[in-house]
Design a protein around this ligand. Structure first.
Ligand code: GLU
Length: 425
């Protein structure tokens, strides 16, 4: 990967696309898929790369590159987030789109998978510049996105405001409001109650289930959480609320540790005031890679892909890893962690809460009928627990890892959808 993320220890990570292809290969072998179906699932169905020119506030113009990849459409419209990050590149977006296909299929929501991104650092732009980038990117994609085609949502570097600009741009183009075109919108324009915390809620629910499954009572458990953004912050807060001792958290600027447990609400207040976990007075600074190696019951990588690699998997001391991020574990690390008896709950199950509530938002928007936060949470919990029970039972039955099991369940569903639809012409 040319400019992809690095591991916390500074070691170049393997390409997420290689990792995704490897996981597909293992699942296809297990399922005995024929070469035609394998080739079909290994390739994105559709890819669009666009220039995103921006007139900066001072009048000069820069041009960024944007992508939207629709990996598969067999089970319904494509679904997946939009990422604004300088690391965005086409291979990364392809991998993330493929993972969305499996995630939606595993949770049995009626979508294919997609992902998009613009290779831009949103922190370098003013709000007005960010709005112009978002609107231009959306406008370039207006022919391929929409409620029946491809439904974007937030991801790294994007948020509710980004989604509001996207839905407005699409709606202005069409001449009427299209609430189902995008999910993760503000409540004021048809966002779903509970969407903003849905990914974290799902991660924590799966984490608690995984702890119980290994005979560890959550209130006697310790945890380390990598990332303090949209996913990691909520995960740390909800683990803390559930009585788990969160001993370390991190963000892109640094990591903090307190063996007696961090007061996560106080950390969150510190982040609101200073913009980072760094210098939080109730914890000691540690290196990012040390957080991944702490002797804890639960490690939740909730930042970027490729942080657990062949270079550091031998040092991981956690009993359970629950992947809040997409693709944090490389295939080499997966094998090492499996050999060392560490349970890895894969991204396509663990962090699916976000897209599940996106689905609820889309359903509500299409019907113009709104559910309460309680209804959303109850349905989310039943989807997540359903997914967990399915994967756990099947993993036990076939003596495979949770990742192999989850991926093969998802791939089988997509392959079956393709089989019954048939190949056109
Ligand atoms: N970006 C989130 C993910 O990776 C949510 C995608 C969505 O809601 O469409 O799962």
């Amino acid at each position: 990967m040319a400019s992809g993320p690095e591991t916390a220890g500074g070691v170049e990570a393997v390409s997420p696309l290689d990792a995704a292809q490897d996981q597909l290969r293992v699942a296809s072998d297990f399922l005995g898929l024929d070469s035609g179906v394998r080739a079909l699932l290994a390739q994105p169905r559709r890819e669009v790369t666009v220039s995103v020119p921006l007139r900066h506030d001072d009048g000069h113009v820069s041009v960024f590159v944007g992508h939207r990849v629709q990996h598969n459409l067999d089970r319904g419209p494509a679904k997946g987030g939009v990422r604004f990050s300088p690391h965005v590149n086409l291979d990364e977006v392809r991998a993330l789109a493929m993972w969305m296909t499996w995630k939606c299929a595993l949770l049995n929501i009626p979508y294919g998978g997609a992902k998009g991104g613009v290779a831009v650092d949103p922190r370098q732009l003013s709000l007005a510049e960010l709005e112009r980038v978002t609107r231009r990117y959306t406008s370039e994609l207006v022919g391929v996105i929409g409620p029946e085609r491809d439904i974007p949502a937030p991801d790294i570097g994007t948020d509710e405001q980004t989604m509001a600009w996207m839905v407005d741009t699409i709606s202005v183009d069409r001449g009427y409001t299209v609430p189902g075109a995008v999910t993760g919108k503000p409540i004021a324009i048809g966002g779903s109650p509970g969407r903003s915390i849905a990914t974290s809620l799902g991660v924590v629910q799966i984490a608690l289930a995984a702890l119980w499954d290994r005979g560890i009572e959550p209130r006697h458990a310790s945890a380390a959480v990598q990332g303090f953004g949209k996913v990691g912050r909520g995960v740390a807060l909800q683990l803390h609320e559930a009585g788990v001792k969160v001993v370390a958290v991190s963000d892109q600027y640094g990591a903090i540790h307190n063996a007696a447990g961090l007061d996560i609400e106080a950390v969150a207040t510190h982040v609101d005031l200073t913009g980072s976990v760094v210098d939080y007075p109730g914890g000691d600074p540690v290196e990012g890679h040390e957080l991944l190696e702490l002797d804890v019951d639960l490690l939740a990588p909730c930042a970027i892909e490729g942080v657990l690699t062949g270079a550091n998997a031998h040092q991981v001391s956690a009993k359970i890893i629950v992947e809040g991020a997409n693709g944090p574990t490389t295939p080499e690390a997966d094998t090492i962690l499996q050999d060392r008896g560490i349970t890895v709950v894969p991204d396509i199950l663990a962090n699916a809460g976000g897209v599940v509530v996106s689905y609820f938002e889309w359903v509500q928007g299409n019907q113009a009928y709104w559910w309460t936060e309680r209804e959303v949470e109850t349905r989310l919990r039943s989807h997540m627990i359903g997914g967990w029970e399915l994967v756990r039972a099947e993993a036990q039955r076939t003596s495979r890892t949770f990742r192999e099991t989850a991926t093969s369940i998802a791939v089988a569903r997509v392959a079956e959808a393709h089989r019954v639809r048939g190949l056109y012409p």
